[in-house]
Design a protein around this ligand. Structure first.
Ligand SMILES: NC(=O)c1ccc[n+]([C@@H]2O[C@H](COP(=O)([O-])OP(=O)(O)OC[C@H]3O[C@@H](n4cnc5c(N)ncnc54)[C@H](OP(=O)(O)O)[C@@H]3O)[C@@H](O)[C@H]2O)c1
Length: 296
């Protein structure tokens, strides 16, 4: 096209929530999942809010959600939840928000195979199984949205987050591939990449650390002591932390825009690291990332 020709961009109107309004969300016991479930319900969506613990499923039901039990580390529970959603929607689920996950802190050399496997079962394999299970409903309707809650750690690494970072990089790779394969089907895949968000993430990561990392016998024990102080501190949020509503805003766009974005950055650190990753040589980027180590 000639450089003097200016393209006029027309924004098409968003899709009305009422005509595309069913969504299944994982990990609704707290944090982002709970906030997005509430926000979408208020907006008129029919929200299937899931959690893995019975007490959380009960609390969701008591709060007025169509609540489901779904543990991403348990294949049978995924199948049962999808069967229930199929029945309740007559096979017409519009969207899936793959949100449930946890962080397993620890140096890569201190992660045994079983601990790494557990991390992948919840954050990656379960998410994949669930996505495959709901996809036929979306394909049959010729429309649907798959929204993946990734992380800034889905495209940059930080020390002592190797297990979690590996699952989010894997999720990014799978989602990018899936998006290519679904082109033209009416089913869209979007990745959300939050930086620090106010939730129970840190508390849950600390529990996983205490469960699975033998700090005393590690050569990283000094760094672990600092990590324990940081993860155990209930106050003092990480700089640039945003409330989970910042993610809700992107989820709404990914659901209602006629052209949902492949990626949504959330928080200043995500924007910053995305730019730096493009600009800096690897060694310099490593220095920046080593400096940012305590920030998540
Ligand atoms: N908070 C952040 O700074 C941040 C930044 C980037 C990305 N994220 C992503 O945001 C998502 C939500 O995290 P959050 O910040 O809201 O933390 P959160 O408050 O800890 O919530 C995580 C949710 O995932 C659930 N979950 C964990 N393992 C699960 C499994 N096997 N099956 C089903 N659910 C499971 C948790 O359930 P239980 O209550 O039963 O443990 C909880 O409901 C995650 O994908 C996380 O990676 C968070």
């Amino acid at each position: 096209m000639h450089p003097c020709i200016k393209l006029k961009v027309y924004r098409s109107p968003p899709i009305a929530p009422s005509s595309h309004n069913t969504i299944l969300i994982t990990g609704c016991s707290s944090g982002i999942g709970r906030c997005v479930a509430e926000g979408l319900k208020t907006r008129g969506y029919r929200v299937f809010a899931s959690a893995r613990k019975a007490k959380d499923v009960e609390a969701l039901a008591a709060a007025g959600f169509e609540a489901l039990s779904l543990d991403l580390a348990d294949s049978e529970s995924i199948d049962a939840a999808v069967a229930e959603v199929k029945k309740l929607t007559d096979g017409s689920l519009y969207a899936l928000f793959n949100n449930g996950a946890y962080g397993q802190p620890g140096a890569v050399e201190d992660l045994c195979r079983e601990v790494l496997r557990e991390q992948f079962e919840s954050n990656f394999f379960g998410t994949h199984q669930l996505t495959r299970a709901v996809l036929p409903m979306m394909l049959a309707q010729g429309r649907g949205r798959i929204i993946q809650n990734s992380s800034v750690l889905g495209f940059v690494a930080l020390a002592y987050r190797g297990a979690y970072t590996a699952t989010k990089y894997a999720l990014e790779g799978l989602s990018d591939t899936l998006r290519l394969e679904l082109a033209g089907t009416g089913v869209h895949v979007s990745l959300i990449e939050p930086g620090p968000i106010d939730s129970r993430f840190r508390e849950n990561a600390f529990a996983a650390y205490k469960r699975n990392i033998d700090a005393q016998s590690s050569r990283h024990h000094t760094r672990y002591a600092a990590m324990e102080r940081r993860l155990g501190a209930s106050e003092a949020p990480t700089p640039f932390t945003l409330p989970p509503e910042a993610v809700l805003k992107r989820v709404i766009h990914a659901l209602e825009s006629r052209r949902p974005r492949p990626r949504y950055y959330v928080t200043f650190p995500t924007y910053l690291f995305a730019v730096l990753k493009r600009l800096l040589p690897h060694r310099l980027m490593d220095r920046v990332l080593r400096g940012a180590e305590g920030e998540r």
